[in-house]
Structure formats: C-alpha cells, structure tokens
Design a binder for this molecule. Structure first.
Ligand code: SF4
Length: 321
C-alpha cells in the first residue's frame, strides 16, 4: 500500500496541512505508523501485565475469525512473544463453520506464511443453526453456543490452557452499555476470566486498544480480512444503537470513550446501590475521617469536556470505518 492510500485512514488535519508533497506524506505516515505500533505493543503489554494474562509455560490458543481484530491480536501477540521475559506458546485456531461463501483458503495460507503453529477446525454449525432456528429469527445465540463448545474441545485437544479473544476497548464499552440499557446490570466484558465450563482461562489482550487503531493497523498490514456477514444473520440492532451512541459521543466530546473506559477500572461499590457488593446494612460511624465518605450536599466537580471543533482539540480522527 502506498503512503497516499494509507493517509485515508488518518485524519487529514494531522497529515496534510504540513505534508504538501508525496514525500512529506510518506514521512508523516511512517512516523504515525511507528507511533501506532509502539502504542499497540505498549497497550497490549500493559493489559497482559495488569491482569497477569500470560504466564510462564502458557499455551495460548488465539481464536482467529478472519476479522481485523483477531489478525491484529495475533500480529501484536507474536511481537510480544519475541520480547517477553517469559516463554509461552501461541496456537492460532480458526473454526470454519461452513458459512456459504467462506473463503477457507485465506487463513491457512496467511498463517502458514507467517510460520505460526495453527489449526483449522471445520464443523458445519451453519447447517445446524439453519435447521433449528426459524427463518427471520436471530441465529447468534445458538451459533455462538455451538462455537464455544467446539473451541473448548479444540483447546483441550491442542493442550492449550488459555484462550485469547480479540475483543477491544470499544467492544468492552459497548457490552457495558448493552448490559446497562437492556439488561439492567452494571456488567462489562472481562479482560480475563475462567471459561464457563471452568476448564480454561479466557483472556482479551486487546482490552486497552481502541478500535480505530486496529482499523489503521489492519490497513497498514493489509490483513486478508474475511467478511463477517457470511452467515446472513440479522444485525443486532441494540448493539448497533449503542455503537452509534458511543461514536456520536466521541465525535462531540473527544476523549469521552477513554474516560468511560477508565471508569470501568475505578469502581466504587460504596457509591453504588448493590448491597451484595457493599455491606450497607451494617454501616456505623467510624469516628475516622475518610476522603471517600459521604460529602452530603457537596457537588462533585469535573473538568469541562472539550467540544469537537473548538480550539485546542487534538488528535487524529478516523475517516474511514
Ligand atoms: S453473526 Fe453469524 S456467525 Fe456470528 S454468532 Fe451470529 S450467526 Fe454466528
């Protein structure tokens, strides 16, 4: 991909005002890509450390869907593996669910060229789902249940103890709002958790990575992306709605997604209302000053968020999605 094509994934404000010639653009894009690579590695490294995601001797099954996120995860994980002070193994796994038109040569060719250990599991869950779900109904819950079971059995067969999934920061925020708006729960998507059958540890090494960075990285690395609409399932309208809401907020108030993501890491159960998380019933005066105690009528103060278009706003914005 040449430099001018690459600029379509970066905001022109950052590149074109100072880059007048193709040579300027090339240099500027190279500079931004270098920063992007460092950021991706740093953010994945931090997530791995903060949640102790990968340990000495782990055998990590990296689940590959063929989408930009899973390619990005594998790509950066392989870089981390070379630099890590510990030894761990990576096995890339793709489940070919026999969706019509699935290009089954793309991932094996890509993974073989990469030289990474990989396994393609072929199981026709598509027909099972089609047979069991009436036309027009959403197929995702049966499909993902079947996929989960198959991935566990593959992990067992390949002797992997951890499963890495390619969910990123924006997926986590979306899930949080989906649960709050439609499920009545303050619940997100965990960076690390035991699988529901108790057998494996599921990790999300892209937990700190923004989707826009994965879009840029995928374009730069020219990953052979497989479309995700082959199953023909209807779009999850609630997820789309939340995704649009988050994008609109971010456009209007740049940095809001980052602030909300930080909030997920700063939970104060005593200031929520879940009596299972905090023992409200037995609260008594302690006689001690406590910064986190109730401040009665004092209003909390927050920095005023910047508004898009006002001076002082920084940053790149994605222009292609
Ligand atoms: S979108 Fe398609 S492949 Fe994905 S879970 Fe739903 S039915 Fe399965």
């Amino acid at each position: 991909m040449n430099a001018l094509n690459e600029t379509s994934h970066w905001v022109a404000d950052e590149i074109t005002p100072t880059a007048k010639t193709e040579r300027d653009v090339t240099q500027r894009v190279a500079y931004e890509l270098n920063k992007l690579e460092k950021r991706l590695c740093r953010q994945m490294g931090m997530a791995i450390m903060d949640f102790n995601m990968i340990e000495e001797g782990d055998r990590v099954m990296v689940c590959m869907s063929g989408g930009k996120d899973s390619y990005g995860m594998l790509d950066i994980l392989l870089k981390m593996q070379q630099r890590a002070p510990i030894n761990f193994e990576i096995v890339a796994v793709n489940l070919d669910q026999k969706q019509p038109g699935f290009p089954d040569h793309i991932l094996p060719e890509y993974l073989a060229k990469l030289g990474v250990e990989f396994h393609i599991e072929t199981q026709d869950t598509y027909s099972i789902v089609k047979r069991n779900i009436p036309e027009g109904k959403t197929m995702c819950s049966l499909c993902s249940r079947l996929r989960r079971g198959i991935l566990y059995s593959v992990a067992r067969k390949l002797k992997c103890n951890k499963l890495a999934l390619g969910h990123h920061r924006d997926d986590m925020l979306q899930t949080f709002f989906l649960n709050m708006f439609f499920g009545g729960k303050l619940k997100g998507m965990p960076p690390k958790l035991t699988s529901d059958n108790g057998e494996f540890v599921v990790i999300r090494p892209l937990a700190y990575v923004a989707e826009k960075d994965l879009i840029r990285w995928a374009a730069h690395r020219e990953f052979p992306i497989i479309p995700c609409s082959l199953c023909g399932s209807q779009t999850n309208l609630q997820r789309v709605q939340i995704g649009n809401m988050l994008r609109d907020w971010e456009k209007q108030y740049p940095g809001r997604a980052e602030t909300m993501f930080t909030a997920l890491q700063n939970v104060v159960p005593s200031h929520l209302m879940d009596h299972k998380q905090h023992d409200f019933k037995n609260i008594r005066p302690t006689g001690l000053e406590d910064e986190n105690g109730d401040k009665a009528f004092d209003a909390e103060e927050f920095p005023t968020p910047a508004r898009s278009g006002l001076p002082g706003l920084a940053g790149l914005q994605v222009v292609t999605l």
